[in-house]
Design a protein around this ligand. Structure first.
Ligand SMILES: [Zn+2]
Ligand SMILES: [Zn+2]
Ligand SMILES: [Zn+2]
Length: 177
């Protein structure tokens, strides 16, 4: 029997099943531990959705990654159980920057970025919003409330009585004279 020669495009198309409800092209081959589909053509491994995009649309623009637009962080938690990661429908793929891809996910930084209020329901915007040195968003109201809390004042009182504080005060006095 002669060896059947099929193109990469034919191979990819033979491995998908179209979900009539979502339109997703669900990969029927190997699914990697993180939920992505893996294509293996002539011993060359590739992400199936990327390979499909290359075959049907063209190369992914440099510096961009393919985002699954069928995945919506509002309804899908993401992660390895996400059924969209294995989708190879080029119509469900959009080249975006890594940052944009992260923004469309449920990562901790994306979740924080979407928060409009702190856990005490103060607005995380305008005057009340401060960006910390690590890029984290800080509620000014909560920060000042913490300073007024008895625990903080106790800590402050202890600090003023500590040896370290006395040392610093001595130094300051010496500098003044
Ligand atoms: Zn899809
Ligand atoms: Zn999903
Ligand atoms: Zn707050």
């Amino acid at each position: 029997m002669p060896v059947q020669k099929i193109s990469r495009k034919e191979y990819l198309l033979s491995k998908i099943l179209v979900n009539p409800e979502t339109g997703c092209w669900e990969w029927q081959g190997y699914i990697m531990p993180k939920g992505y589909a893996q294509a293996c053509f002539h011993s060359v491994h590739a992400l199936a959705h990327v390979a499909m995009y290359e075959e049907l649309v063209g190369p992914v623009p440099e510096g961009l990654i393919l985002d699954h637009t069928c995945h919506d962080w509002r309804v899908c938690e993401g992660g390895k159980a996400c059924p969209h990661r294995r989708c190879a429908n080029p119509d469900h793929l959009e080249p975006v920057t890594y940052l944009e891809n992260n923004r469309r996910s449920n990562s901790n930084s994306a979740k924080q970025g979407r928060q409009t209020h702190c856990k005490h329901d103060h607005p995380l915007s305008g005057e009340n919003l401060r960006i910390g040195p690590d890029g984290k968003r800080i509620c000014r109201q909560c920060a000042s409330n913490r300073k007024r809390s008895p625990e903080y004042q106790k800590w402050q009182y202890a600090y003023y009585r500590s040896e370290r504080y006395k040392e610093l005060e001595e130094k300051r006095k010496r500098r003044r004279t």
